[in-house]
Design a protein around this ligand. Structure first.
Ligand code: NAD
Ligand code: MN
Length: 358
């Protein structure tokens, strides 16, 4: 029997709630499939850990995670601890420490879900956003000086390297080639950001030239946001910078019904390090502890993790189970207009998995 070692990190806010739900569903998928099993280890890292120890994760955190086949993550973010600590010292520490440079965010409208876009417009959503995940606007380069003085300055420097752009462009082209429409939209703001993003444009143009079968177009990020809403069917695979893709993918999830649905994979395509799978949302302070967090983003990223682990049929079964639950429309959390709890959605998906196997 194939064994997959999973490191589970719930993190903060609703993170542990959706990770718990996700692990239950993944167990059910494994149970329905005699071919593989999960060996899961949970880590209590995050803001409570920080309050106890002064760190978001132990000093040797990355070394502890390194032997796992994948990391299943919730969210970070705390009302008391500044975001730059919670984000940089856990989630980004893992993404950048493990060189998970390719962040992949698929969006389709699940059956039965009514998103904010009208009928055919909503139905046309079938996107994958590829986010550069190792540098750019989130390179962590910058500084502050002259604190409190009128000449105080704060800078975040967006860093783009030829190698960094080239590898994500190649990844996006390869991914776009696996999709039926073979279409790639390259997003920047290179009219205003005239150094790093002009380098980006040049490097991407060179890579794209190796893919004559791809249809490629270029958009500025502001116009792209509008295009996703007005002409969603014209968009397929999207390549964008760390910041731009972060924003566009929240828009994508909202167009598909809720931030609670969006899922993402932080991939180290070299497979030297474990990759990390998470819903795209944050810790959602306003609904913590109410038992109503939408777990579908966690389930969806679980399916992406299965795919990554070589369990594509199981991933398909999980997506089908999710779709069969949303199609009925009776067991949805409040963010999707329903009144179901996290547990009820979880039970419904598990029941669908059992049913499919009966
Ligand atoms: P958020 O995603 O936490 O919440 C935005 C809105 O969406 C809230 O109204 C929330 O209730 C709703 N929402 C999010 N996920 C949901 C779900 N699964 N089910 C139902 N509703 C859901 O974004 P925010 O409010 O901007 O950020 C809160 C904190 O989370 C901040 O500290 C931020 O830094 C952090 N954050 C972390 C990550 C991450 O860990 N990857 C991502 C985004 C934000
Ligand atoms: Mn985000």
């Amino acid at each position: 029997m194939r064994k997959h070692r999973i490191a589970a990190i719930g993190g903060d806010g609703i993170g542990p709630e959706v990770v718990q739900a996700g692990l239950r569903v993944l167990e059910a998928v494994a149970k329905a499939d005699a071919g593989f099993a999960f060996e899961t280890t949970s880590f209590d890292w995050g803001s409570d850990y920080y309050r106890r120890t002064g760190r978001m994760m132990p000093e040797d955190g990355l070394a502890q995670l390194a032997p796992f086949d994948a990391i299943f993550f919730g969210a970070v973010g705390d009302k008391e601890i500044p975001d730059h600590i919670t984000l940089w010292d856990l989630r980004l520490a893992i993404c950048q420490g493990f060189d998970q440079y390719a962040n992949v965010r698929p969006t389709t409208l699940l059956p039965g879900i009514v998103g904010p876009l009208k009928d055919e417009l909503g139905a046309a959503i079938d996107w994958v956003i590829v986010r550069e995940n190792s540098e750019g606007e989130y390179a962590g380069v910058g500084g502050r000086a002259h604190r409190g003085l009128p000449l105080e300055v704060g800078m975040d420097v967006a860093v783009f390297t030829r190698g960094g752009v080239e590898r994500i462009a190649r990844f996006a082209c390869d991914l776009a080639m696996t999709r039926p429409r073979r279409k790639l939209t390259v997003v920047t703001k290179s009219n205003a950001q005239r150094h790093g993003l002009v380098l980006w444009d040049e490097v991407v143009a060179g890579v794209v030239a190796d893919y004559p079968e791809l249809t490629v177009d270029k958009m500025l990020v502001d116009a792209m946001a509008a295009r996703m809403v007005v002409k969603p069917g014209s968009v397929d695979t999207v390549l964008a910078t760390n910041l731009h893709a972060d924003i566009l993918s929240d828009l994508a999830s909202a167009c598909a019904g809720s931030l609670g649905i969006g899922a993402t994979a932080n991939l180290d395509p070299s497979r030297k390090n474990p990759s990390m799978f998470e819903p795209i949302h944050g810790s959602a302070f306003d609904i913590v502890g109410k038992g109503i967090a939408n777990p579908l983003g966690s389930f969806w990223t679980g399916a992406m993790m299965l795919e990554h682990l070589g369990e594509a049929p199981a991933a398909k079964r999980l997506m089908a189970a999710i779709a069969s639950v949303t199609a009925k429309g009776t067991v949805l959390t409040p963010d999707l207009g329903g009144s179901a709890t996290t547990d009820q959605v979880t039970e419904a998906v598990i029941a669908a998995l059992r049913g499919a196997n009966a």
